[in-house]
Design a protein around this ligand. Sequence first.
Ligand SMILES: *[C@@H]1O[C@H](CO)[C@@H](O)[C@H](O)[C@H]1NC(C)=O
Ligand SMILES: *[C@@H]1O[C@H](CO)[C@@H](O)[C@H](O)[C@H]1NC(C)=O
Ligand SMILES: *[C@@H]1O[C@H](CO)[C@@H](O)[C@H](O)[C@H]1NC(C)=O
Ligand SMILES: *[C@@H]1O[C@H](CO)[C@@H](O)[C@H](O)[C@H]1NC(C)=O
Ligand SMILES: *[C@@H]1O[C@H](CO)[C@@H](O)[C@H](O)[C@H]1NC(C)=O
Length: 376
Amino acid sequence: MCNLLSSKEVLSFLIGFAISTLLVININNNYSIKNIQLEPVKNYENIMKKNMVNSFYKNSNESYESELADRLFNDIRVLCWVFTHPSNHKIKVPHVKKTWGHRCNKLLFMSIEKDPTNPDIIPILVPEGRSHLWNKTRLVMKYVYDNHFNDADWFMRADDDNFILMENLRYTLAQYNPETSLYIGHRFSVDYPQVREGYMAGGGHIFSKKALKKFVTIISPNTTLCDNNDGEADDLLVGQCLKKYAIFIDARDSKNQKQIFPVGVEEHLQHRAADFSYWYWTNLWRNVTQGGLDCCSDVYIGAHYVSPKEMYLLKYLVYNVHPFGLKKNITESLPRKLSLDEIIKASDAKSFSPNFRIHENVHNIDEDEKYTLNTA
Ligand SMILES: *[C@@H]1O[C@H](CO)[C@@H](O)[C@H](O)[C@H]1NC(C)=O
Ligand SMILES: *[C@@H]1O[C@H](CO)[C@@H](O)[C@H](O)[C@H]1NC(C)=O
Ligand SMILES: *[C@@H]1O[C@H](CO)[C@@H](O)[C@H](O)[C@H]1NC(C)=O
Ligand SMILES: *[C@@H]1O[C@H](CO)[C@@H](O)[C@H](O)[C@H]1NC(C)=O
Ligand SMILES: *[C@@H]1O[C@H](CO)[C@@H](O)[C@H](O)[C@H]1NC(C)=O
């Protein structure tokens, strides 16, 4: 590869490298948010420039990660807890770990049984069966809070048939402050009076640090706020419990295209691929273009119902394949930070679904969750 480079290319690489090194050293904090300091987006842009130069000269492979992704890995820490089941310990767990799970800052598999051959699996002792999902979810969230609260800023619940692109998740989370109570995912609007605000679908949703803390310490133990009877609809019940205590965010990019898919992405991409009378399409919080690439974000975060075989295919296509001559031009910068008002406004915006009706527009936001953006 190297002998193909002209001296002009080598020179511009060296200059780019020198400039970005100088700029990265000179770090100023442009955003000050109560309790946490956020790196200004500017510094990432310098790494991006350098990275763009590097990407033309290096083959990307698993051991070569870009400096930008490494930086986001350290700044936006995500703990992933993956729900699994004894029958999947051998056939799914290792594949989740190998294909995307190792990109989480902390990866926990939650099952109802211990597995002497796999120490990554944490037993949460509830009886077998779907009718105990709600108690399992509450115990898992308490376990994560009690044992790993300081290991991450964000906490993602996933299933063993999700495929998540952790880099894009971190990119998206860069807009938000983990000290604000946020609940992010695929937002459903269902016709149940107790969850008119909607809820996040089971496969792949994210709690900010503050939302996890509120859920475990204040909401879940209070039987007036949260259903104490065990049951099957754990995702819906999480939504019901959090409705006044977290801001609900439907994961969309700046073009309003979907980032988290509770069904396969393939159902969206091809015109008429899916059965549009299906419950899913009529209970979306925001409409999705049906068929064609406008459905789905280039900043895909995750999809559900992915088999281990498909996980390896996705991993290969996403992380290894580069169409020759079509290498993407890395010109995007990180999304800008959103103010609390902007986040609330987007969350309260009327849904296209007739099921959606915000109860009383209540957001119980504590004083320490509020923040200001200083963009000077
Ligand atoms: C991966 O990339 C690194 C850095 O460019 C290189 O040293 C290493 O040999 C590569 N590994 C493989 C298996 O290609
Ligand atoms: C439970 O929540 C209700 C409603 O917000 C509140 O009035 C009550 O004091 C809470 N109970 C406890 C034990 O905190
Ligand atoms: C579910 O959890 C609640 C709260 O801890 C408990 O009171 C109840 O007995 C549990 N139900 C079952 C079926 O284990
Ligand atoms: C949702 O989008 C589809 C096209 O993608 C359209 O046919 C349908 O009418 C839209 N529904 C609403 C309620 O806007
Ligand atoms: C990449 O983006 C830069 C800046 O927008 C532009 O000048 C350049 O022509 C682009 N290169 C390619 C190959 O598209």
